[in-house]
Design a protein around this ligand. Structure first.
Ligand SMILES: C[S@@+](CC[C@H](N)C(=O)[O-])C[C@H]1O[C@@H](n2cnc3c(N)ncnc32)[C@H](O)[C@@H]1O
Length: 224
């Protein structure tokens, strides 16, 4: 079932699909260095695992993780980005499915690893808990989880929009064709991240979080 909050998101990522990976090619050495470090950490964390890549998009990180993972299943709500992901080559067995991240069509305990890159920021705060529950339902105890996203940088990635009484923040994004999209874009602190995942990982602390200039990531083991 498609979550109604995702309808604008589906259109946005369909329109953006072809230009999406430009965000990984900025000519900013500090940003590239942090991005490369994130890639290395992600590959290390998911080495040898059967990985669910949630909101896999065009498969940019799927491809990198495929160099160390045992196998990967990428899911996304958007057929346009999945077509791009399917057109790439991967270093481990990899499959893609059209699927809503809030209603994963897999039996309990199907995977030993999970990747969610640049997806958490798009989840409305009120549905982060239900998504995290659903994610862990399909993971084996002992699975490793790697969640990464952007830190807030003033002026980067469109204008930040807030709404009175709404805990979420939004970005007004303009694509190359001039179309504008208002999308949920939240920026959790390291403390908030630990609180979000605490119920699924005993002993998780802010040491599990990297909070850099451009990116953050949290990497932990699932201990129910
Ligand atoms: C910012 S992109 C990240 C793509 C990829 N993980 C990456 O890091 O390059 C967010 C992705 O989440 C997908 N998405 C949005 N809502 C979704 C949902 N409810 N279920 C699954 N995927 C969703 C979008 O289609 C988009 O491909």
């Amino acid at each position: 079932m498609v979550n109604t909050m995702s309808v604008e998101m589906v259109k946005y990522y369909s329109d953006r699909a072809k230009e999406y990976e430009q965000i990984y090619e900025w000519r900013d050495p500090d940003r590239q260095e942090e991005q490369d470090r994130m890639g290395e950490e992600m590959k290390k964390a998911l080495r040898g695992r059967s990985v669910l890549d949630v909101g896999c998009g065009t498969g940019y990180w799927t491809q990198r993780v495929s160099t160390t993972a045992e196998r990967i299943t990428g899911v996304d709500i958007n057929e346009t980005v999945l077509d791009i992901a399917r057109s790439k080559k991967y270093d481990c067995p990899t499959a893609f499915r059209l699927m809503d991240a809030y209603a994963l069509g897999f039996p309990d305990r199907s995977f030993t690893g999970a990747l969610a890159s640049f997806w958490l920021s798009h989840i409305p705060r009120e549905t982060m808990g239900p998504w995290i529950e659903e994610l862990h339902r399909v993971l084996e105890p002992g699975a490793h989880i790697f969640v990464a996203d952007n830190t807030f940088i003033e002026g980067v990635g469109g204008k930040l929009v807030t709404k009175p009484g709404d805990p979420n923040t939004y970005k007004l994004r303009t694509l190359n064709d001039g179309s504008q999209h208002l999308i949920v874009k939240n920026y959790p602190t390291a403390h908030e991240l630990v609180e979000l995942f605490r119920g699924h990982s005993r002993g998780i602390t802010e040491k599990n979080v990297f909070h850099g200039r451009c990116f953050w990531w949290i990497s932990y083991s699932y201990s129910p």
